[in-house]
Design a protein around this ligand. Structure first.
Ligand SMILES: NC(=O)C1=CN([C@@H]2O[C@H](COP(=O)(O)OP(=O)(O)OC[C@H]3O[C@@H](n4cnc5c(N)ncnc54)[C@H](OP(=O)(O)O)[C@@H]3O)[C@@H](O)[C@H]2O)C=CC1
Ligand SMILES: CC(C)(CO)C(=O)C(=O)O
Length: 319
């Protein structure tokens, strides 16, 4: 198998990391998928990445039909709306990798395409969109994890993806435990992104407050119970992760960044998915339920739902 045409769906913070790296591979044609106004904007302005302008090809879903590799890096809220585009793009020989956080983007994508197209993956990067484009540190980026769910782990498509990443500057890890790795990242996001997003403080809060630590542990127990019931063995990840990755106490993960910027978050992908899976498996998820509703309410607050000043005030009733 030889990968010659690669499309990126979602040319944002994560997509930029892929575009930055694969632009160095002169043996492939790289395109970003966009329709309408987004297509025109990307053609006109390209994408600013770490201070440099990148101008990959810009393809409509029809123009990208049957690419060899489709990399999906959308936010959770955009995924369902893009499923028809994914269906249009994916041909008989297309491999699809979703770098999205969470544990169910592959499941959602396979509502429209056969699951056999999907090579399971995720990414560890801290990339941020700012006024002058996207920024990340290529050196400290852990990179893209991918692998087959079952043997043969060294499949033709794993080798082909490995080959196009060579000498690009991208970092990547091929693993025989991709599902457990995805769940390890999910656990990290659910336990660390969410309580700090409610408190509005850097991740040092988990070391400095027994209360924040207790909430994080409550979420962790629920993720681990759901993972166990699904047959996901997180012990291998626990053994590998040691003390975890070093991070500044002031760090604000993506959920808090979304709240800070007044955007809607990906809470449906985190606690929303936990509540759904808990219900399916008969496992109570009270920490996630509370977290889900609090973060939805913070989104409402950002949307201006609770502005009671001046003429907007009224009598309301409490019991
Ligand atoms: N940022 C990070 O460091 C990390 C993010 N992740 C995960 O990766 C995923 C992507 O996050 P991130 O890159 O930060 O998000 P961004 O919002 O930066 O990027 C999403 C991109 O998708 C584009 N888009 C939305 N809808 C469509 C569509 N229908 N067709 C084509 N393009 C579309 C948006 O375009 P436009 O701007 O024009 O609306 C935007 O450029 C999330 O699941 C996130 O949790 C995982 C690890 C780290
Ligand atoms: C924790 C981190 C930075 C890891 O990539 C992330 O996924 C996020 O901020 O949501």
């Amino acid at each position: 198998m030889n990968i010659k045409r690669v499309a990126v769906l979602g040319a944002g913070a994560v997509g930029s990391y892929v575009i930055w790296g694969l632009s160095n591979n002169k043996d492939i044609t790289l395109g970003v998928i966009a329709s309408g106004e987004r297509n025109e904007r990307l053609k006109k302005r390209g994408i600013m990445i770490n201070g440099t302008q990148y101008t990959p090809e810009v393809w409509t879903p029809e123009e990208a039909k049957n690419v060899d590799l489709l990399i999906v890096s959308l936010k959770y809220g955009s995924l369902r709306g893009a499923l028809d585009d994914i269906q249009t793009i994916v041909g008989e020989n297309t491999t699809v990798m979703s770098l999205m956080n969470g544990v169910d983007s592959e499941e959602i994508i396979s509502e429209k395409i056969d699951r056999s197209h999907i090579l399971y993956s995720f990414i560890k990067v801290a990339s941020q969109g700012k006024e002058d484009g996207y920024h990340f540190d290529p050196e400290t980026t852990v990179g893209i994890y991918f692998g087959e769910l079952e043997e043969p782990y060294e499949s033709e498509r794993v080798k082909a993806v490995n080959d196009i990443f060579e000498n690009t500057g991208l970092h990547w890890i091929i693993t025989d435990d991709i599902q457990a790795e995805i769940w390890g990242k999910f656990r990290l996001n659910v336990c660390n992104n969410l309580p700090q997003a409610i408190l509005g403080a850097g991740v040092g809060c988990y070391e400095d407050s027994e209360h924040m630590s207790a909430i994080r542990e409550g979420l962790r127990r629920e993720v681990e119970a759901v993972a166990k019931a699904k047959g996901i063995d997180l012990s291998k990840i626990n053994a590998k992760s040691g003390r975890g990755s070093a991070v500044k106490a002031s760090a604000r993960y993506s959920t808090l960044q979304d709240i800070d910027a007044g955007r809607h978050t990906e809470i449906d992908m985190f606690s929303g998915a936990m509540m759904r899976m808990g219900k399916e498996l008969g496992i109570a998820t009270p920490y996630n339920e509370y977290t889900y509703h609090m973060i939805k309410a913070l989104e409402e607050k950002n949307d201006g739902v609770f502005q009671y000043q001046g003429g907007n005030d009224r009598v309301s009733w409490s019991k």
